[in-house]
Design a protein around this ligand. Structure first.
Ligand code: DGJ
Length: 563
């Protein structure tokens, strides 16, 4: 229907609508960032909308506003919408009970001026196992604030989780921080909070302080035993195996229930770390109920508890952390290893929402991000020490995050509903196409990690033969390769990313598949903008869809089948 309105009528109609509009704005302003289920995904809702965090975590010593100030432009240029930033306990509580939130207020002001959200990392009792961010007055008073001890009884710069005073002192500071946020952050600049950082025991698998020894020889708390029994069918396989190997007992000391050895020591510490962290998180949420999580340093292959930061929120301990820290909304991996698919699988296998607060700041980061959003329903992805990013990584990240920005409404509308997939090479030696089903079609994706030679005849590139000097990364010769696909309709898809070539097979045998159209374009304000039709050499005469290496693109593809 087509009709016109006089200016007066339009003004009247707007005036009638205003109260409702204001009410909607006020309601979403009042609503705290929170998590919401959609299908089998968990989404982060910020101001009423599902939010995908295009993040970057600051280097450990870069979160003071004066130092960070000149970097904001660079963070914006990389298309970030979220800065993941430490909050230092020693800086906000320099004297016991006296708080100074100037650094937080400065970060909030700069984040808002740059249209960014913040994720706060509470560098409280523990930061990478150690207690290096405890204020001086805590560090110096080892009588009042007891330390963990190794097996020889030597004191470490690690506050023991077996002292209520350590926990309660941390609680007072963290609750103070969250109370301050409640007072100064009505606009929800802060969307998530990490409680502590990479908790874990190293170099001994467990604390041997007197209080720890006493707890180690006590029975496993009934709350944990009850939880393990209630969830016996869904326990992480590694935990189930440890418990079964020790006889599947329903009560006893830690060594009796989980067997004497490092695995039992790790479970013991995980429970006590989780209880401590839960108390801190709960006190914070009482002041401001933002979603909260704990992060973990991952395990190198073959390492035993004590050789890696043990007992942190790791996938094989997720049931212990869930039972001990129910206040936390999820656990999060810091992924610096190349087997990105493996770790994102472990962190989502039991329904844990995926947020990656730290990722290796390599040229692969944007491809990993697209995979995480497309294949794992991720809430956010965030390379580490982002302010130090330089070329070519910074440019690639900007390109990948630009695609995420354009596609956020399309991705979030489909998360958890089986309508998105991700593409990423499992390992460099995997040269067979990665096969995945989306709707009625099988997508067969191959990866090109090098920029192609300029080929006069537009010949399809044979993977692995390209001239790496053109790739942009002159150190390794490699460029990122990966992406995601979004189902728009039965036969219509978006494929977004870099360095991938996709062929299609109909899931029903006996049919051939053809390309009806392939179109390159962009989303501007949610509207598809045509750039060009891809055909001829660009689709290998109708055989495939190819997203060039070295450049992030979105292609819209229509398929048909014939025989
Ligand atoms: C993981 C930690 O969580 C970060 O704070 C930082 O120390 C990095 N490692 C350094 O690689």
């Amino acid at each position: 229907m087509k009709y016109t309105m006089s200016a007066r009528l339009r003004a009247l109609a707007l005036a009638a609508l205003l109260p409702a509009l204001w009410a909607a704005v006020a309601a979403s302003a009042a609503e705290l960032p929170h998590l919401r289920r959609q299908g089998d995904a968990t989404q982060l809702i910020v101001d009423g909308q599902p939010f995908l965090a295009r993040g970057g975590e600051l280097g450990n010593s870069s979160a003071e506003p004066g130092y960070l100030h000149p970097f904001w432009l660079k963070l914006r240029a990389m298309n970030l919408n979220t800065v993941v930033t430490p909050v230092y306990w020693n800086l906000i509580e320099p004297q016991e009970g006296h708080f100074d939130f100037a650094s937080i207020d400065g970060l909030l002001a700069d984040a808002r001026a740059n249209d960014m959200h913040l994720v706060l990392l509470w560098f409280g009792t523990w930061k990478n196992s150690m207690s290096c961010y405890a204020p001086d007055w805590v560090k110096r008073d080892t009588t009042r604030f007891p330390r963990a001890r190794d097996a020889a009884g030597t004191s470490e710069e690690i506050l023991t989780p077996f002292a209520a005073v350590n926990r309660d002192t941390d609680i007072r500071a963290f609750a103070g921080l969250m109370r301050h946020l409640r007072e100064v952050d009505a606009q929800h600049t802060v969307i998530l909070v990490q409680v502590e950082n990479e908790i874990g025991m190293i170099p001994s698998a467990r604390d041997h302080s007197p209080a720890a020894e006493q707890a180690w020889n006590a029975p496993v708390p009934a709350a944990l035993m009850d939880s393990l029994q209630a969830h016996a069918d869904t326990l992480a396989p590694e935990l189930r195996a440890v418990w079964a190997a020790a006889g599947h007992r329903k009560a006893g000391t830690w060594a009796e229930v989980f067997g004497a050895g490092p695995a039992a020591e790790e479970i013991f510490m995980a429970w006590h770390f989780a209880r401590y962290t839960d108390a801190v998180a709960a006190a914070g949420k009482k002041e401001l109920a933002l979603p909260m999580y704990a992060n973990a340093a991952l395990i190198r292959p073959g390492y035993q508890p004590g050789q890696y930061p043990s007992a942190g929120p790791l996938p094989h301990l997720i049931d212990i952390w869930r039972a001990g820290a129910p206040t936390l909304d999820f656990i999060a991996p810091d992924i610096y290893f190349p087997n990105f698919i493996h770790w994102t699988d472990l962190y989502t296998r039991s329904g844990n929402p995926l947020f990656i607060p730290e990722a290796l700041r390599s040229i692969d980061a944007p491809a990993n991000a697209l995979y995480a959003f497309g294949a794992r329903n991720a809430i956010g992805f965030s390379p580490f020490a982002i302010e130090s990013a330089n070329e070519p990584g910074a440019g690639y990240l900007a390109g990948g995050f630009d695609l995420v920005r354009q596609l956020t409404p399309l991705i979030t509308a489909r998360q958890g509903l089986g309508k998105t997939i991700g593409f990423l090479q499992e390992a460099i030696e995997n040269t067979q196409p990665q096969q995945q089903r989306l709707g009625h079609w099988i997508f067969n994706a191959s990866f090109e990690r090098n920029a192609p030679r300029e080929l006069a005849d537009g010949l399809a590139v044979v993977i692995g033969t390209e001239n790496s000097a053109l790739a942009g990364d002159h150190r390794s010769g490699a460029a990122p390769a990966g992406g995601l696909a979004i189902e728009l309709g039965d036969d219509e898809f978006l494929i977004a990313g870099i360095g991938i070539t996709v062929t299609f097979t109909n899931a029903e045998p006996g049919w051939q598949t053809g390309l009806l159209s392939v179109e390159e374009g962009r989303y501007e304000n949610g509207q598809w903008q045509h750039l060009r039709w891809l055909n001829g050499d660009q689709t290998h005469q109708g055989r495939h869809v190819r997203l060039e290496p070295g450049r992030f693109t979105i292609e819209r593809v229509k398929l048909y089948r014939y025989r």
